[in-house]
Design a protein around this ligand. Structure first.
Ligand SMILES: [Zn+2]
Length: 146
C-alpha cells in the first residue's frame, strides 16, 4: 500500500470508531473529531517512518531537525535545562531513524502503544484514534506483531 491508501484505510477505521462512539453515547466534540482526522492520518502512516522513501519519514525528519535547531537556540538564549534535554532527545530520535530496519520495531503493537500513550494522556479519544489508525497500518501491511 502507498501512503494515500494507508490514510484512506485508516480513515475507514476512524469512521467505524466514530460510529461506535456514537452508538455508545460518547461521541466527541466537533473539534476533537476534526483533529482526530489529523491524528488518524499521522498514525496511519507512522509505522513507515522506518524507511527513508516514505512520506512520513520525509515529513518527520526535517521537523525533528528544525525542532532540534530551535531547542538548541532556546538553550543558548535561556540556559534552561529542559531545552538541552529536548535537543538531545530530538537529535537522538532523528539519528535513530537511520538505523531502523523496515518493518521492524516501528511495525509492532508495542511501538504503537508507546507512541499513542501521550495522546491517551491528552485525551482518551485521541489515544483511541491513534491506536486504531496505527493498527490499521499493521493490518494493511499484514504485519501484525506484538
Ligand atoms: Zn508499513
Amino acid at each position: 500500500m502507498n501512503w494515500r491508501q494507508h490514510i484512506l484505510f485508516a480513515l475507514f477505521f476512524y469512521g467505524i470508531s466514530l460510529a461506535t462512539l456514537y452508538a455508545a453515547g460518547g461521541f466527541p466534540a466537533p473539534g476533537v473529531v476534526a483533529l482526530g482526522v489529523a491524528v488518524t492520518a499521522f498514525f496511519g502512516l507512522l509505522p513507515d517512518i522506518d524507511t527513508e522513501k516514505s512520506r512520513i519519514h520525509k515529513v518527520v525528519v526535517p521537523l525533528l531537525l528544525a525542532a532540534s535547531i530551535a531547542t538548541a537556540a532556546l538553550y543558548l538564549a535561556m540556559q534552561a535545562t529542559v531545552f538541552l534535554v529536548s535537543f538531545v532527545v530530538l537529535v537522538v530520535s532523528a539519528l535513530s531513524l537511520k538505523f531502523l530496519r523496515h518493518r521492524g520495531f516501528t511495525h509492532t503493537l508495542r511501538f504503537g502503544i508507546l507512541t499513542a500513550l501521550p495522546l491517551f494522556a491528552l485525551s482518551p479519544h485521541y489515544g483511541l484514534f491513534a491506536l486504531v489508525a496505527f493498527i490499521s497500518h499493521l493490518v494493511a501491511d499484514m504485519h501484525l506483531k506484538l
